[in-house]
Design a protein around this ligand. Structure first.
Ligand code: SIN
Length: 315
């Protein structure tokens, strides 16, 4: 039987607190990935390897952690004796990492991100079941000859290019912007349904992660959004290095305050790429005739930021 490699990056799944009754008071990223595996009896005897790639609260995710993750994935996915990889991650930026990996991986083997909404010390800790399920999905996907990036959370399989956090505290916290999960798992984490279609990977390869990331920021449109933030960003960039892109988290269907529109038009004139997404959870943003700011489809603003960085890197 081939191994499943589990790459640990921290998150609430590896979090601990002092008072199990106050599960919201804890520190993320305290337990090692091998401790997480040891806490799941159903994984005993399964051929697994654990690698601690990082140990962070995922709010602090960075390009350099993504680079380390990319290097580890590249090394382990190339091994003949490895069926696929599980990544334990924080829930807060999981959608960014999942989207990035979805764009980079070649899709030959399964890569499954998982996480938890409760720390390991909570009475209703969801990490052990999610980790068990993630390993089982890697094994089953490999058996079915499926590759690519998915997230396994709360007994659902989500497409890596679509998954996003949709609730700040519920155990069932993820969705795909209104799209259904690819499949559901049973109580034992076993997956019986067919998945059609299994998401195709972007196949961009690992090279983008080896380069320095272009600076791309997210700007929200809201009442009184008069472009002050954009002017501040442009002024800062003149002193401290180039601003390459801005993602608008617009109102509704990617609309924006007229003051902000004027400032972003000025940014485009200064060579900054401006892409347009929506701060609304579902529906996304379609292209319109005469668009100055590129529409981001169904990507969340955070995913659109990753997409724009890749675009600026030539991907
Ligand atoms: C994190 O994202 O690392 C902390 C929050 C979580 O995992 O739910």
């Amino acid at each position: 039987m081939k191994s499943v490699v589990i790459l640990g990056t921290g998150g609430t799944i590896a979090g601990t607190g002092h008072d199990p009754q106050k599960s919201w008071q804890y520190r993320a990223a305290q337990l090692s990935v091998s401790q997480l595996v040891d806490a799941v009896p159903e994984l005993a005897g399964v051929p697994l390897e654990t690698v601690q790639v990082a140990q962070i609260d995922s709010k602090d995710m960075s390009w350099s952690v993504w680079r380390s993750l990319g290097q580890a994935l590249q090394a382990h996915l190339a091994r003949e004796d490895v069926a696929g990889v599980v990544i334990t991650h924080g829930t807060d930026t999981l959608e960014e990492t999942a989207y990035l990996l979805h764009r980079l991986l070649d899709g030959r083997k399964p890569v499954v991100l998982t996480a938890a909404m409760r720390p390991a010390t909570a009475p209703d800790a969801d990490g052990p079941a999610n980790l068990r399920d993630a390993v089982r999905v890697v094994q089953e996907a490999a058996r079915r000859g499926l590759g690519g990036v998915v997230a396994v959370l709360h007994r659902r399989i989500w497409a890596g290019g679509q998954v996003r956090k949709a609730h700040s505290c519920a155990l069932d916290a993820f969705d795909a912007g209104g799209h259904p999960p690819l499949a559901r798992l049973d109580e034992q984490g076993l997956w019986h349904e067919a998945i059609t279609p299994w998401p195709a990977s972007g196949k961009a390869g690992w090279l983008p992660l080896a380069t320095e990331p272009p600076r791309v920021e997210i700007i929200h449109s809201h009442a009184d959004a008069d472009g002050w933030m954009v002017q501040a960003a442009l002024a800062h960039a003149r002193q401290h290095g180039p601003l390459k892109g801005l993602v608008l988290a617009g109102t509704g269907h990617g609309t924006l305050h007229q003051g902000l529109e004027a400032a972003l038009t000025q940014a485009v004139a200064q060579g900054v790429a401006v892409w347009r997404s929506s701060r609304v959870a579902r529906g996304g943003v379609n292209s319109r005739e005469g668009d100055v700011f590129v529409a981001c489809g169904e990507l969340t603003p955070a995913q659109a930021r990753v997409a724009l960085m890749l675009y600026l890197l030539g991907v």
